[in-house]
Design a protein. Structure first.
Length: 237
Protein backbone atom coordinates (compact mmCIF):
# COMPACT_ATOMS: atom_id res chain seq x y z
CA UNK A 1 0.00 0.00 0.00
CA UNK A 2 3.08 2.25 -0.46
CA UNK A 3 2.21 5.73 -1.72
CA UNK A 4 -1.49 5.26 -1.02
CA UNK A 5 -3.48 6.94 1.77
CA UNK A 6 -3.75 4.60 4.73
CA UNK A 7 -5.47 4.21 8.07
CA UNK A 8 -3.23 5.28 10.97
CA UNK A 9 -5.04 4.11 14.14
CA UNK A 10 -5.86 0.54 15.23
CA UNK A 11 -9.36 -0.78 14.52
CA UNK A 12 -10.29 -4.42 15.12
CA UNK A 13 -13.88 -5.36 14.34
CA UNK A 14 -15.90 -8.27 13.03
CA UNK A 15 -18.79 -7.39 10.71
CA UNK A 16 -21.56 -9.50 9.25
CA UNK A 17 -21.61 -9.93 5.48
CA UNK A 18 -24.17 -11.66 3.29
CA UNK A 19 -21.83 -12.31 0.35
CA UNK A 20 -18.13 -12.64 1.18
CA UNK A 21 -17.02 -12.38 -2.46
CA UNK A 22 -18.96 -9.13 -2.87
CA UNK A 23 -17.47 -7.70 0.32
CA UNK A 24 -13.94 -8.67 -0.77
CA UNK A 25 -14.39 -6.76 -4.01
CA UNK A 26 -15.66 -3.68 -2.19
CA UNK A 27 -13.03 -3.54 0.55
CA UNK A 28 -10.17 -4.43 -1.80
CA UNK A 29 -11.07 -2.68 -5.05
CA UNK A 30 -13.01 0.34 -3.73
CA UNK A 31 -11.54 1.04 -0.29
CA UNK A 32 -8.00 -0.16 -1.01
CA UNK A 33 -7.72 -2.74 1.77
CA UNK A 34 -5.58 -5.83 1.39
CA UNK A 35 -7.73 -8.93 1.81
CA UNK A 36 -6.38 -12.22 3.10
CA UNK A 37 -7.86 -15.55 4.13
CA UNK A 38 -6.35 -17.68 6.87
CA UNK A 39 -7.82 -20.75 8.59
CA UNK A 40 -11.22 -20.03 7.04
CA UNK A 41 -11.29 -16.40 8.26
CA UNK A 42 -11.39 -13.55 5.77
CA UNK A 43 -9.73 -10.35 6.97
CA UNK A 44 -9.45 -6.92 5.31
CA UNK A 45 -6.32 -5.00 6.34
CA UNK A 46 -5.30 -1.37 5.93
CA UNK A 47 -2.42 -0.19 8.11
CA UNK A 48 -3.30 -1.13 11.72
CA UNK A 49 -6.99 -1.69 10.85
CA UNK A 50 -8.22 -5.30 10.81
CA UNK A 51 -11.79 -6.07 9.73
CA UNK A 52 -13.00 -9.68 9.80
CA UNK A 53 -15.96 -10.89 7.75
CA UNK A 54 -18.45 -13.00 9.68
CA UNK A 55 -21.91 -14.37 8.98
CA UNK A 56 -24.46 -11.63 8.54
CA UNK A 57 -25.44 -10.12 11.90
CA UNK A 58 -28.63 -8.62 13.22
CA UNK A 59 -27.87 -4.97 12.53
CA UNK A 60 -25.39 -2.91 10.47
CA UNK A 61 -22.29 -1.71 12.29
CA UNK A 62 -20.72 1.74 12.44
CA UNK A 63 -16.94 1.85 12.04
CA UNK A 64 -14.55 4.80 12.27
CA UNK A 65 -11.16 4.86 10.58
CA UNK A 66 -8.61 7.59 11.24
CA UNK A 67 -6.49 8.38 8.20
CA UNK A 68 -3.40 10.55 7.81
CA UNK A 69 -4.84 12.33 4.74
CA UNK A 70 -8.61 12.39 4.53
CA UNK A 71 -8.66 14.33 1.25
CA UNK A 72 -6.37 11.81 -0.43
CA UNK A 73 -8.40 8.91 0.98
CA UNK A 74 -11.62 10.47 -0.33
CA UNK A 75 -10.11 11.05 -3.77
CA UNK A 76 -8.71 7.51 -3.95
CA UNK A 77 -12.05 5.91 -3.07
CA UNK A 78 -13.85 8.03 -5.66
CA UNK A 79 -11.24 7.19 -8.29
CA UNK A 80 -11.84 3.48 -7.66
CA UNK A 81 -15.58 3.89 -8.27
CA UNK A 82 -16.83 4.47 -4.72
CA UNK A 83 -19.48 7.02 -3.78
CA UNK A 84 -18.40 8.63 -0.48
CA UNK A 85 -20.10 11.69 0.96
CA UNK A 86 -18.28 15.00 0.69
CA UNK A 87 -15.75 15.62 3.48
CA UNK A 88 -16.99 17.97 6.18
CA UNK A 89 -15.70 19.33 9.47
CA UNK A 90 -17.21 17.87 12.62
CA UNK A 91 -16.35 20.57 15.10
CA UNK A 92 -17.18 18.80 18.37
CA UNK A 93 -14.56 16.10 17.70
CA UNK A 94 -12.22 18.36 15.66
CA UNK A 95 -12.12 16.08 12.66
CA UNK A 96 -12.72 16.34 8.93
CA UNK A 97 -14.75 13.29 7.90
CA UNK A 98 -16.63 11.55 5.12
CA UNK A 99 -18.97 8.54 5.04
CA UNK A 100 -19.47 5.57 2.75
CA UNK A 101 -21.72 2.51 3.09
CA UNK A 102 -20.51 -0.98 2.26
CA UNK A 103 -22.68 -3.54 0.38
CA UNK A 104 -24.20 -4.82 3.66
CA UNK A 105 -25.20 -1.37 4.90
CA UNK A 106 -22.36 -0.94 7.40
CA UNK A 107 -21.51 2.75 7.84
CA UNK A 108 -17.81 3.51 7.41
CA UNK A 109 -16.45 6.88 8.53
CA UNK A 110 -13.00 8.09 7.50
CA UNK A 111 -11.62 11.08 9.40
CA UNK A 112 -8.54 13.17 10.05
CA UNK A 113 -7.95 15.48 12.97
CA UNK A 114 -7.54 19.17 12.15
CA UNK A 115 -6.79 20.08 15.77
CA UNK A 116 -3.29 18.55 15.97
CA UNK A 117 -0.72 17.07 13.58
CA UNK A 118 -1.34 13.47 12.63
CA UNK A 119 1.20 10.91 13.80
CA UNK A 120 1.30 7.18 13.32
CA UNK A 121 -0.10 5.40 16.34
CA UNK A 122 2.44 3.25 18.21
CA UNK A 123 2.10 -0.51 18.11
CA UNK A 124 -0.23 -1.67 20.91
CA UNK A 125 1.51 -2.79 24.09
CA UNK A 126 -1.48 -4.23 25.98
CA UNK A 127 -3.27 -6.93 24.02
CA UNK A 128 -5.79 -8.68 26.29
CA UNK A 129 -7.19 -8.56 29.83
CA UNK A 130 -8.20 -11.53 32.00
CA UNK A 131 -10.58 -10.29 34.70
CA UNK A 132 -10.77 -12.45 37.85
CA UNK A 133 -14.11 -12.76 39.61
CA UNK A 134 -14.27 -14.43 43.07
CA UNK A 135 -16.85 -17.04 44.14
CA UNK A 136 -17.63 -19.17 47.15
CA UNK A 137 -19.00 -21.83 44.76
CA UNK A 138 -16.84 -21.94 41.63
CA UNK A 139 -18.73 -24.95 40.23
CA UNK A 140 -22.06 -23.12 40.33
CA UNK A 141 -20.42 -20.04 38.80
CA UNK A 142 -19.02 -22.09 35.91
CA UNK A 143 -22.49 -23.52 35.20
CA UNK A 144 -24.04 -20.04 35.34
CA UNK A 145 -21.51 -18.47 32.98
CA UNK A 146 -21.96 -21.39 30.59
CA UNK A 147 -25.75 -21.76 30.65
CA UNK A 148 -26.88 -18.16 31.21
CA UNK A 149 -24.11 -15.86 29.99
CA UNK A 150 -23.15 -18.00 27.01
CA UNK A 151 -19.49 -18.71 27.83
CA UNK A 152 -17.64 -21.93 26.96
CA UNK A 153 -15.60 -23.88 29.51
CA UNK A 154 -11.94 -23.65 28.52
CA UNK A 155 -10.67 -25.28 31.72
CA UNK A 156 -12.18 -26.20 35.08
CA UNK A 157 -10.97 -27.39 38.47
CA UNK A 158 -12.54 -27.03 41.92
CA UNK A 159 -11.11 -23.55 42.58
CA UNK A 160 -10.90 -22.22 39.01
CA UNK A 161 -13.00 -21.85 35.89
CA UNK A 162 -11.51 -20.46 32.68
CA UNK A 163 -14.45 -19.27 30.59
CA UNK A 164 -14.31 -18.11 26.95
CA UNK A 165 -16.79 -16.32 24.76
CA UNK A 166 -15.53 -15.12 21.38
CA UNK A 167 -12.35 -13.12 22.15
CA UNK A 168 -13.08 -12.68 25.87
CA UNK A 169 -11.72 -14.87 28.68
CA UNK A 170 -12.95 -14.54 32.27
CA UNK A 171 -11.34 -16.32 35.23
CA UNK A 172 -13.74 -17.54 37.92
CA UNK A 173 -11.64 -18.03 41.05
CA UNK A 174 -12.27 -19.24 44.59
CA UNK A 175 -12.96 -16.53 47.16
CA UNK A 176 -10.12 -16.65 49.69
CA UNK A 177 -8.45 -14.30 52.18
CA UNK A 178 -6.45 -12.98 49.27
CA UNK A 179 -9.42 -12.72 46.91
CA UNK A 180 -12.33 -11.31 48.89
CA UNK A 181 -15.38 -9.19 48.21
CA UNK A 182 -16.90 -8.92 44.74
CA UNK A 183 -15.33 -8.28 41.37
CA UNK A 184 -16.28 -6.33 38.29
CA UNK A 185 -15.43 -6.25 34.60
CA UNK A 186 -16.28 -4.13 31.56
CA UNK A 187 -16.54 -6.05 28.28
CA UNK A 188 -16.74 -4.37 24.88
CA UNK A 189 -19.26 -6.03 22.57
CA UNK A 190 -20.67 -5.83 19.06
CA UNK A 191 -24.40 -5.30 19.72
CA UNK A 192 -25.72 -4.25 23.12
CA UNK A 193 -29.40 -4.68 22.30
CA UNK A 194 -28.97 -8.18 20.87
CA UNK A 195 -26.90 -9.38 23.84
CA UNK A 196 -29.32 -7.77 26.30
CA UNK A 197 -32.23 -9.67 24.70
CA UNK A 198 -30.26 -12.94 24.72
CA UNK A 199 -29.19 -12.71 28.37
CA UNK A 200 -32.58 -11.57 29.59
CA UNK A 201 -34.24 -14.50 27.79
CA UNK A 202 -31.85 -16.88 29.57
CA UNK A 203 -32.72 -15.46 32.99
CA UNK A 204 -29.64 -13.32 33.64
CA UNK A 205 -29.97 -10.63 36.30
CA UNK A 206 -29.73 -7.65 33.96
CA UNK A 207 -29.60 -4.23 35.57
CA UNK A 208 -31.76 -2.16 33.27
CA UNK A 209 -32.02 -1.80 29.50
CA UNK A 210 -29.08 -0.65 27.33
CA UNK A 211 -28.37 3.08 27.58
CA UNK A 212 -26.44 5.25 25.11
CA UNK A 213 -23.94 7.62 26.73
CA UNK A 214 -22.50 10.84 25.25
CA UNK A 215 -18.97 9.44 25.52
CA UNK A 216 -19.72 6.93 22.75
CA UNK A 217 -20.83 3.74 24.51
CA UNK A 218 -24.19 1.97 24.67
CA UNK A 219 -24.14 -0.42 27.61
CA UNK A 220 -26.00 -2.38 30.27
CA UNK A 221 -25.06 -4.29 33.40
CA UNK A 222 -25.44 -7.82 34.73
CA UNK A 223 -24.81 -9.23 38.20
CA UNK A 224 -23.96 -12.91 38.56
CA UNK A 225 -24.88 -15.44 41.26
CA UNK A 226 -22.56 -13.85 43.84
CA UNK A 227 -23.10 -10.20 42.89
CA UNK A 228 -19.99 -9.76 40.74
CA UNK A 229 -20.78 -6.98 38.30
CA UNK A 230 -20.25 -7.07 34.54
CA UNK A 231 -21.06 -4.26 32.14
CA UNK A 232 -21.33 -4.91 28.41
CA UNK A 233 -20.63 -1.88 26.21
CA UNK A 234 -21.03 -1.30 22.48
CA UNK A 235 -18.83 1.50 21.09
CA UNK A 236 -20.41 3.79 18.54
CA UNK A 237 -19.26 6.90 16.70
Amino acid sequence: MDGKPTIVAPVMRSIGVADAARSILFYRDILGFAVREQSGTIEAVNGPARIQFAKQGDAPAVLFFETGDVAAMHAAIRARGGAPSEPQKVNWIKMRMFEIRDPDGHTLWFGQSYDKPDTLAPSPMMLKALPQLPFDDVGAAVAYYRDVLGFRINYQQPDLGVMDRDNITVLLIARTERHTGIGSAYIYIENADALYAELRAKGASVQGEPVSHPWGLRDFGVVDLERNQIRFGQPFE
